[in-house]
Design a protein around this ligand. Sequence first.
Ligand SMILES: Cc1ncc(COP(=O)(O)O)c(C=O)c1O
Length: 386
Amino acid sequence: MNSNLSNVEIPPIDYFNHLLDNSPNKNKKISFGHGIPKYTPNEYANINYQLLNHSNSFKYTEIRGNIELRNYLAHSLSSKLNFNVKPDKNLIITPGANSAMFKSLFLLLNKNDEVLVISPAYFNYIMAIKMIGANPIEIDSDPEAGFQLNIKSIANSITSKTKAIIINSPNNPTGALYKNNDLIELFKICDSNNVKIILDITYHDYIHANNESDYLSLFSNFKNIIITGSFSKTFGITGLRLGYIATNSKSIDDLCKIQDTISICASSLSQQFLLNLLNYEQLAIETNLNAVKSSKETLISNLKNIPQLNWIQTDGAFYAFIELKFNMDSRKFAESLINLKSVLVLPGSIFGSKWKTYIRLAYGALNSNDVDEGMNRIKSFIDETT
Ligand SMILES: Cc1ncc(COP(=O)(O)O)c(C=O)c1O
């Protein structure tokens, strides 16, 4: 057995979904657990399934992925970054952004290297770093400042073992969109210490306010930067498993060795399906972003009536990382809430051991009625148990 695995958590989402499926409470199940947008392509696009019906949809693609898809992505990223991305040199399509992150970490790390991770953090980062035999160093973001970066702590945590920092903005689980000034400061620190930045832009299309939405234009080359991204949330296609890595050509050549060994390529059928959706990108984003904004309003108006919960509102993704202002461990909170009310929220502790008094609500997939109903049940659960 690979001894690194003994250190790695049990995947939490399946665990809590299973609890909800088996809840003794027979009310309609309401899940604030799923990090997925509401609308899938069958709801916003006119899909011509005949377009999938040719033999290439069933064969391997190039390791780097379908060239038409890379052309589109290169064009789209070049319009956001401050330089040109080349489809044949700087991109590799992966089976999702999680796969992109794992492969990027595998590219950079040796045993006992350190990776700085902003806490609370998407749990799969920590799991991946540990599996590879390196050490995640968790640096707290600042809850009072809406979970913004703490640049001083980051600078003070860099050692000779630090090889990379993972930055995820907009952020899962906090929804924070990092400030441009902080990112500029961070680049300088990483550059002078030769620390690579892995920038996970999975939620780039979920920015609710205009401030800082242009942060990708701060980047002027791929020297110390690896971008990992996803098509899952942009198009509502979490099950198609499509993401990508954008970085310098030498790293992409090495990433091809990793991708070839683990996956050969991303699913050809999924890539072909996505090609047929590209014309709908703006519609997909608008449809899902509007749904997110409307559920968020409903969430905010419900939170006003629950003084025992504290959310410093954030402007990205579709997550609220909410403080419990009473003495209950968040795991116990989540498990009891499922059992008594058939409502799923995730405990903050799965995003870092320090966050035991927080819960994460994913509000992207729910309509406003379900947010209302879920929040009413959370309120009555709190009133009954505290
Ligand atoms: C921050 C972040 N990165 C990556 C992913 C995984 O995305 P994908 O479906 O492309 O693997 C998620 C999924 O929730 C996420 O929250």
